[in-house]
Design a protein around this ligand. Structure first.
Ligand code: GLN
Length: 291
C-alpha cells in the first residue's frame, strides 16, 4: 500500500463490508461485491488474488463506489451488471424489464420435455419481457420456431438485444397487447405450445414487495386486483391458437395454483397440472388441448 490508498484487495473487502450492512443483501454481500468489482476491474477471482496489492485507477475506484451506492439504495444487482444468466444463456437486463428468475426455468423444462421429438414445433410466448422463455426454447430445441408478444416499449429493446446476444434467429418479436392480440400473420397458429409468465402480483401486495422488486416495471408485476387478471384470458386465447395435443404452460404465484388450474379447466383444457419449483412452491400450471 502506498500513499494511504486502498489496494484492489482492500477495496473489494471494503465493498463487501459496505453491502453487508443492507438487510436485503446480507449473506450475499461477498458474491455481490465480487460481481460488481469484476464489472469494473475485469479481474477473475484468481487475478484479484494475484494482483490484490495493485492500486486501482481513481476513475475505476469511483465507478465501483458509485455501483455500491446504487446497490445499497435498492437498485437490483442484475440491473447494475446489465446482464443476467437464465438457463445458462446471457440476457441483457436493466430498468424497464423484468429480471429473469431461476424458478421460470421450470416452465422451460416442462415445455422442452413436451416438445422432445417434435420436428419444427411452433411456440407462442405471451408477455415476453426479456424474451428469456422463447429464446431459451429456441436455443435448446434443435428447430423450434418461436413468436414472442410484448407490449412494453421499454422492454422491447431488451428482447431485441437478447436475440443478438444469443445469435438466435428462430424467434419473431411482435409488439402488442396480449389481452387484445393484434391481427398478425405470425399469430394465426396453430401452435404446439403457448407459454406465458404474465404479471401476477395482486395490486394491493405490490407495495409490500422487496425494494429491489419495486425497481422493476410495475407493468410486469401488476396482475390486477386479485393477481389473476391475465389467467382469466390466457387459457381462452391459447385454446383458440393451439393444435390438438398442444400444451399451455403458465407461470403462477405460489398461492395461485388452485385458482389458475380451475380457470384453465374452465377454458376446456385437460390433464391440468400444478407443478412445484425446486423450493417446493406451486410455480407452473400446464394443460393439454385434446380433441
Ligand atoms: N416472480 C416475480 C416476483 O415474485 C413476479 C413475476 C410476475 O409477476 N410474473 O417478483
Amino acid at each position: 500500500m502506498t500513499n494511504g490508498k486502498l489496494t484492489l484487495e482492500q477495496l473489494y473487502r471494503q465493498g463487501r463490508k459496505t453491502l453487508a450492512q443492507s438487510p436485503s443483501i446480507g449473506e450475499d454481500a461477498g458474491f455481490e461485491a465480487l460481481l460488481l468489482f469484476q464489472k469494473v476491474f475485469h479481474l477473475s477471482r484468481e487475478e484479484l488474488l494475484l494482483q490484490g496489492n495493485h492500486l486501482p485507477s481513481p476513475a475505476q475506484e469511483q465507478e465501483y463506489a458509485a455501483l455500491l451506492e446504487k446497490r445499497l439504495a435498492g437498485e437490483p444487482l442484475q440491473y447494475l451488471l446489465g446482464e443476467w444468466e437464465f438457463f445458462g444463456y446471457p440476457f441483457a437486463v436493466g430498468p424497464g424489464v423484468l429480471i429473469p428468475r431461476p424458478e421460470t426455468e421450470l416452465l422451460v423444462e416442462l415445455v422442452l420435455e413436451h416438445l422432445s421429438g417434435t420436428t419444427a414445433p411452433k411456440v407462442l410466448d405471451l408477455c415476453s419481457g426479456t424474451g428469456c422463455i422463447p429464446i431459451t426454447i429456441a436455443m435448446e430445441h434443435p428447430d423450434a420456431v418461436c413468436v414472442g408478444v410484448e407490449l412494453s416499449e421499454e422492454a422491447l429493446p431488451y428482447f431485441r438485444r437478447n436475440l443478438e446476444l444469443n445469435h438466435c434467429d428462430r424467434v419473431t418479436i411482435i409488439p402488442g397487447d396480449v389481452l387484445h392480440l393484434p391481427a398478425h400473420p405470425e399469430l394465426t397458429g396453430p401452435f404446439h405450445v403457448v407459454t406465458s409468465n404474465p404479471p401476477y402480483i395482486a395490486r394491493k401486495e405490490l407495495s409490500q414487495l422487496q425494494k429491489e422488486v419495486l425497481r422493476e416495471p410495475q407493468m410486469a408485476l401488476d396482475g390486477g386486483d386479485d393477481g389473476l387478471l391475465f389467467y382469466r384470458r390466457l387459457p381462452e386465447i391459447a385454446f383458440s391458437l393451439l393444435a390438438p395435443g398442444g400444451l399451455l404452460a403458465m407461470e403462477i404465484g405460489e398461492d395461485q395454483g388452485d385458482a389458475v388450474a380451475a380457470l384453465t379447466r374452465q377454458a376446456g383444457f385437460q390433464q391440468v397440472k400444478v407443478h412445484q419449483d425446486p423450493a417446493g412452491h406451486d410455480r407452473v400450471v400446464t394443460g393439454l388441448f385434446l380433441v
